[in-house]
Design a protein around this ligand. Structure first.
Ligand SMILES: Nc1ncnc2c1ncn2[C@@H]1O[C@H](COP(=O)(O)OP(=O)(O)OP(=O)(O)O)[C@@H](O)[C@H]1O
Ligand SMILES: [Mg+2]
Length: 380
């Protein structure tokens, strides 16, 4: 598990350390730095996958544009100098990312280059990543999923990439390989008890996907199959219990929410020990009740051994997590909630603590208080 991510001179942050738990919720105002935290991990991952974090090679560095993040060039990622807010001990020419995992600390520091899209690691500062230290397996191993806010939309067909979905077990940063992953692994047995639902007729991946999707839309079921003679796969939805051809619908005819949530559901169901699942706004396009269920699903993924870091604006997701804690589905000590806000031009982080009843120690101004603000006005 990753215990901590630190960013120095990186985008919204002059210097910020974010403690991580098995389930970490990042919340806060728009443009307050939540996605930046996830991007720092995506940046490390894509640099590693490109073989650019290996200490034996002096052409190593941060690959700013790739499969997970497209950050631009050095001038886009270096924290802009608002002199008042720069920590005195931060070197303007160096951008660093630190990860603490399994009690070990790893740090990568790169030199700033205004137009560079590969920021070279500072000589002699590299961490050896080959062989891969076991503590870094969640970040650099097979169980890594990063689903961004901008995901696949309903479509007639989806790509069929053996390399992504089967060999790497990767759903795609937009979830674009989810349907093919589901096709290839539909009969795989999901072992973790917490991911199995009592009403699911079996414990295989497709059946459980149906069962969890039914928490979002009662009665829905999915079929996935390859399209003959093409490199595409097809997803179809049915409603009710009959599987006849004429009551199946293509994704474009069943609304937006189900297809948008599908990658999130599959990523959680595919959770293994050492998985790291980064989810950006999983609640998008979902009815409030479905948002609460997504929190339960992510808690179940944590129960299966995964680590989840989730960015959300949803009080239903937060409350789902609090209820899960209260119902002993996850201990409070295995959760972290961080609230980001802008203070003048700097970003600051407040971290309310949760107790075993799901109660939070602190409700800073702006932290899921809109209900109260609105009620006050309505009742005035
Ligand atoms: N190089 C940079 N220097 C300073 N600040 C930056 C830099 N690049 C981006 N930012 C700031 O980072 C913020 C955006 O952060 P981020 O994308 O993490 O927001 P977010 O909290 O995820 O927002 P949302 O809730 O809308 O998804 C903006 O305020 C932007 O001004
Ligand atoms: Mg964001």
């Amino acid at each position: 598990m990753l215990d901590e991510i630190g960013m120095t001179n990186f985008k919204a942050f002059s210097r910020q350390v974010v403690p991580l738990a098995p389930f970490t919720l990042l919340t806060g105002l728009n443009s307050s730095g939540k996605s930046t935290v996830l991007q720092s991990l995506g940046l490390l991952r894509q640099s590693y996958e490109a073989g650019l974090l290996d200490e034996s090679d002096d052409s190593c560095g941060f690959l700013l544009n790739g499969e997970f993040v497209e950050l631009g060039t050095g001038q886009d990622v270096r924290h802009n100098t608002y002199v008042r807010h720069r920590s005195n001990d931060v070197d303007d020419r160096i951008i660093s990312l630190q990860v603490v995992a399994g009690g070990r600390s790893f740090e990568w520091s790169a030199e700033y280059g205004q137009e560079d899209d590969l920021l070279r690691l500072v000589p002699d500062s590299q961490q050896s990543t080959s062989p891969l230290p076991p503590e870094l397996r969640p970040l650099f191993g097979r169980g890594f999923q990063y689903l961004k806010a901008d995901r696949i939309t309903p479509a007639v067909s989806y790509p069929r990439s053996h390399e992504a979905a089967v060999r790497r077990g990767f759903l795609g940063a937009r979830g674009e390989h989810t349907v093919n992953f589901l096709r290839a692994n539909q009969d795989s047995v999901v072992e973790a008890q917490g991911l199995r639902l009592p009403d699911a007729p079996s414990g295989n991946l497709l059946t459980l996907t149906d069962a969890w999707m039914q928490r979002l839309c009662p009665g829905v079921n999915l079929q996935v199959h390859g399209i003959d003679g093409t490199d595409s796969v097809r997803l179809s939805y049915g409603f009710g219990s009959t599987f006849t051809a004429d009551n199946r619908y293509r994704p474009t005819n069943v609304g937006f929410g189900l297809t948008y949530a599908l990658p999130i559901v599959v990523a959680c169901l595919a959770a293994q020990p050492d998985s790291l699942i980064l989810l950006e706004n999983p609640e998008a396009h979902l009815h409030p009740q479905g948002q609460t269920w997504l929190a339960y699903l992510a808690v179940a993924a944590v129960g299966a051994g995964a680590q989840v870091i989730m960015e959300t604006h949803s009080d239903h997701v937060l409350n789902g997590l609090r209820i899960a804690v209260k119902n002993n589905l996850v201990p409070a000590g295995r959760t972290a909630v961080h609230y980001f806000r802008r203070h003048e031009l700097a970003t600051e982080m407040v971290s309310p603590e949760m107790n075993s009843d799901g109660m939070l120690s602190d409700w800073p101004s702006g932290f899921f208080d809109e209900w109260e603000n609105s009620l006050e006005q309505l009742l005035d």
